[in-house]
Design a protein around this ligand. Structure first.
Ligand SMILES: [Zn+2]
Length: 232
């Protein structure tokens, strides 16, 4: 399969079946969106930390057809977890997950999708001040990429604080790529994790890195993709 084959896939052919995760990861690799340590080089993150893995979901989700197919895959998984419970609102975080969250809402049959906004005055904080969720409407939280609960909690706090009524959250969070430093992580607070892709990905300072100690070279994914992945 080539990237060109991938971009010619038809969403309707994937509508009613679950794709194996390994097949989805092949798509990621075709888009240079995923790499996992396999015995050679390892990654140097922008922060200077070392890591055994790399995900950039936007490299896949920027393709409208792939976003639709994968949103439907996550929606199928969410449906099998929540049953036929009504979902009135799907809410996500900015920026990378906005279009994907919209696709997930559509695939779930939810009538409304909206996202929180970053607070320009406080890093890590979110705002919810454009729309009011009526009391009694059910709300499902969606994320495109989750490493820790930080963004999940910021979204929830923003909506709880900014909405004029109490918010009726469903006790689940739908996650496209779940990459905590240690698996399993089955819930964040009272929200059960429903993830499409899960990989354990750690990041440590170089002086604590076992791969550096073992002589593995480290490369920045964005500038040295070929050296990191061995992809010619
Ligand atoms: Zn290292």
């Amino acid at each position: 399969m080539t990237l060109n084959d991938l971009l010619n896939l038809k969403p309707e052919n994937f509508k009613n079946r679950d794709m194996p995760i390994e097949a989805i990861l092949i798509w990621f690799k075709l888009c240079d969106a995923y790499w996992l340590y396999s015995g050679k080089a390892h990654a140097e993150l922008t922060s200077g930390m070392c890591s055994n893995g790399f995900f950039d979901c936007l490299r896949v989700l920027k393709y409208i057809a792939l976003s639709e197919i994968l949103a439907n895959q996550l929606a199928r998984k969410i449906r099998s977890a929540i049953g036929d419970q009504k979902v009135d609102w799907v809410i996500g975080s900015p920026m990378a997950g906005i279009t994907f969250g919209h696709d997930v809402a559509r695939a779930l049959g939810a009538p409304i999708f909206m996202f929180t906004e970053k607070d320009p005055n406080q890093k890590g904080k979110m705002l919810w001040n454009r729309l009011a969720i009526p009391e009694g409407d059910t709300v499902l939280q969606i994320e495109e990429l989750t490493t820790t609960s930080k963004t999940l909690n910021a979204v929830r706090e923003a909506v709880d604080l900014g909405n004029p009524n109490p918010v009726n959250w469903l006790p689940y969070v739908g996650i496209f790529v779940h990459r905590p430093p240690k698996l399993p992580v089955t819930s964040y607070g009272d929200r059960q994790v429903v993830a499409l892709i899960e990989k354990e990905i750690w990041a440590v300072p170089p002086d604590e890195c076992s791969l550096c100690k073992g002589g593995s070279p480290r490369y920045r994914p964005k500038t040295h993709w070929k050296e990191l992945t061995g992809k010619g």
